[in-house]
Ligand binder design. Sequence first.
Ligand code: GLU
Length: 574
Amino acid sequence: MQALFDSVSENGTTDAARIQARLIESGITVDDFRLRTTIDRLAALGGRPIDQESFAALVGPELMMVNRVLRRQLVIPDWDEFCCDIQTVYDHVALDFTGANANYIPILRDADPEKWGVAICTVDGQRMAIGDVDVYHSIQSVSKPLTYAYALDREGADFTHQFVGVEPSGRPFNALDLLPDSRPFNPCVNAGAIMTAGVVASGWPNKNAREITEDIMNLWSALCGGVGPMRFSEQTMLSERETAHNNFAIAYLLQGGKGLPRQVDLHKMLDLYLSCCSIEMTANMLSVAAATLANGGVCPITCMEILPTDVVKKTLSVMQAAGMYDNAGVFTLEVGLPAKSGVAGAVMVVVPNLMGFATFSPRLDPYGNSVRGVAFCRELVERFTFHVYDSLSGGHTGCKRDPRASQLQRKQRDLSDLRWAVSLGDRYAAKVRDLMLACMIDITLADGEIEAPELVTMADTCAEIMGERPDPEELRAAAEARQRTNAAPGAAGTSPFDELLARLREERARLDDNGRELILEAAFRVACADGMIEPEEDSKLRDLAGALGITGGVLELEIGRFKRQVAGRSARSN
Ligand code: GLU
C-alpha cells in the first residue's frame, strides 16, 4: 500500500485530480466498470487532499485493479508513448487518397470518402481512438466471421463444417465457386457466409431472419462490451436485397449442390445474410469486439465470457486464412494477423493476447479492402513486432518496438545484465560499450564543437547504461583525439565517420536488437544534450541508424520519441 500510495503522492499527500490523471494516462476510460467505485469516490472528493489512510480506504474495494493500473502493470505499460506512435502512423496513412468507395448501392457510394478513424482496445481494456471512430457504417463482410462463430457456438463445428469448408479460395469474394465436394470454400467468402447464415437460420425454425439478426446483434453488442448501441440500416438492407442477383445465384448453386442445412428456406437464409451485412457499428465498437477475440472470447471491459475460446480459435484461423478477400495471402505474408474487412470501409484486426483494433475509411482497393485500413496494418507491423511470426526473429526484428509489459521487463533485465557483464569483462558487453562510446563521440563532433552538456550527457549515459561514470574531461580528451583523426582522412579518402559506419555494418549481425537500440539511444542522447537536434546531428544519427539496420518507420518512431523527450525536458526547465 505504501508503494502504491507513493506512486501517486508527493510529500505524503495526493488529490483526486492527480489519481484521475494517472488512470487516464494508463489508457483506462472513466466509464470503466472495473474502477467504478474508485472513480465515483474520486469525483465526490473534489480538490480535498488525500493522505495514505484515506487513500487505502478509497481504493480498497478495487485494490487489485487500481494497483495494476497505477503501477503500470497493464499489458501496454507505456500507454502514452504507444498512443503517440499510433498517432504518427495514423497521420502518415491519412496522406493516402487512393482507392474509391464501393458503388453498388447508393449508401456506400455516397459515404464521405474522407472519413478516417482508428480505434484500439487492449486485452486489459486500455482504449484509444483517433479520428472518425464514432461514425456508424454498415459492417458488411466484417459480419462474416461472427456469424461463423455464432454457428460454431450454437450448432457445433461438426454440423457447421458439413456445409462450409475452411480453405482459402484465392478467388473474388462473390465468385460462384465451390470446393470439389460442393461446399463453399470458407465462411469469409459470400458463398460460405450465405451457407453459414443457412446453418444458423436452420436452427431457428420459429424465428424469422430479422429476429435471428437481433440475436446476432446481441452477440456483437456483448463482444463490444456494450460500447455504443447497435444499429440496423433498413436502407442498406433494401438496397442489398435489390442488388443481390449474384448472391441469389450463389444461394441457388448451394441449394442445387449439397442442399441447404435442414432444408432451410432459401429466402430466409439470404435475408439473414444480407441483414447481417446491414448491421451498423463504429470503429470504436469494433475495436472492443476485436479485443474480445484477442482475449480468447472474454470481453476486456466487462470481463464476461462471450464466446468459448475454442470457437474464437477457429474464427481467428479462418480470418487469418481468408479474411481479406482474395488478397488474404499477401495480407498474411505482410501483416500476419487475423483480420476481416467489409466494403463499407471497415477493417477489424486481432493481435492475439495483446489487443484488437478497427479502422474505418471508405476508399477501397481493387480487392475490396479499405486502402487506408490495409496501409495502417502494414505500417503498424513495420514498426511493431505484431506479425504473428515476429516472435521467430530471435532478437533481430530491425529493432521494431514491442510495447508489451513482458518485453519491457526483459529489456530492463538485459540492460542490468549488460551493466554487470561489462564490469566483469564480458566481450559482447564490452563491444556494445565501445560502439556506444564511439557513436557518442562522433555525434559530439557532428557540429565541429565539443560542448560541455554533451560531455555530461555522455558521462551520465555511460553511468546509466554501462555502470561506470567516466570523468567528462577524459571524454573531452578522447573527443579531441578523434577530432584530430577527422582532420586527416584515411588513405582511401574515407572519413573516420565512414569507418565507424562500416564497423557498425559489420558488427550488426552479431548484435541483438537491445544492443543495437542501446547504441542508437546513446547517440541520440548526446545529440539532444543541448536541447535540440542540429541538422548535422540529425543526418549523422540517420547514418548511424542505417548502419545499425534501424530504418524506415522504426527510425521515424525513434526520432519522434527523442523529440518528445527533448520537448518535455525543455518544458520542464521553463
Ligand atoms: N453485401 C455485400 C455482398 O454480399 C458484401 C459486402 C462485403 O464484401 O463487404 O455482396
